[in-house]
Ligand binder design. Structure first.
Ligand code: SAM
Length: 212
């Protein structure tokens, strides 16, 4: 399985990521290393390297590999970065981040998913990942500021607390919903200003606030 999975990852990277324009070498290498099949329920293991999201339980999904790669590329990650991730889910993207930066702080609102993600990440030996149960729309002030923030569920606004917790010059990448649908947004904090770019349509599960 080990060699076969590595081969399937290589095909996934070439046909789904590189073929669609992902070019950040470090992102590509992280995708080649992280075993996606260990982040999906057993019954989906055979589908783990397909070009699609997959169910992970509790009505949630592990995102399509390409959209994860695009978000990671847009974040322009460096080895010394400290990153806040909102929506741990299966922990797959958390593992990719852990390969790319020095510290990953990740929040998940569904305790069962968080426990499973913690076990997978522990089993794979990641020591630079710190997981928290809670509502990511409230941020994680204890460890702020962050160089980068990534939100992996669709928000209806960019919460003020996220911007407060981002370093000056830092980037946040998130799916954002308005009346016309969801778009992948990258915003850069420049002093009091937020410079916003739209990177096109996307489909994510909604970000759910505690009081919803
Ligand atoms: N990137 C994840 C992966 O690799 O498996 C997939 C994330 S999944 C698309 C979105 C996750 O965000 C779900 O696990 C969901 O429970 C979580 N979520 C939704 N609202 C949240 C909130 N307010 N705070 C923290 N996590 C939240």
């Amino acid at each position: 399985m080990h060699e076969e999975a590595a081969y399937r990852r290589k095909i996934m990277v070439e046909s789904q990521l590189v073929a669609r324009g992902i070019s950040d070498r470090r992102v590509i290498e992280a995708f080649l290393r992280v075993p996606r099949h260990l982040f999906v329920p057993k019954e989906y293991e055979d589908l783990a390297y397909q070009d699609s999201p997959l169910p992970i339980g509790s009505g949630q999904t592990i995102s399509q590999p390409y959209i994860v790669a695009l978000m990671l590329e847009l974040l322009e990650l460096r080895e010394d970065h400290k990153v806040l991730e909102i929506g741990t889910g299966s922990g797959y993207q958390t593992a990719l981040l852990a390969e790319l930066v020095s510290e990953v702080y990740s929040i998940e609102r569904i305790p069962e998913l968080l426990d499973e993600a913690r076990e997978r990440l522990r089993h794979l030996g990641y020591t630079n990942v710190f997981l928290f149960a809670g509502d990511g729309s409230k941020g994680l002030p204890e460890f702020a500021p962050y160089d980068r923030i990534i939100v992996s569920a669709c928000a209806r606004r960019i919460y003020e607390v996220w911007i407060e917790e981002l370093k000056d010059g830092g980037l946040i990448v998130l799916p954002l919903e308005d009346k016309r649908g969801q778009n992948l947004i990258r915003a850069c904090k420049r002093g009091e200003k937020l410079i916003i770019e739209n990177h096109g349509g996307c489909v994510f599960v909604p970000l759910i606030e505690e009081n919803q």
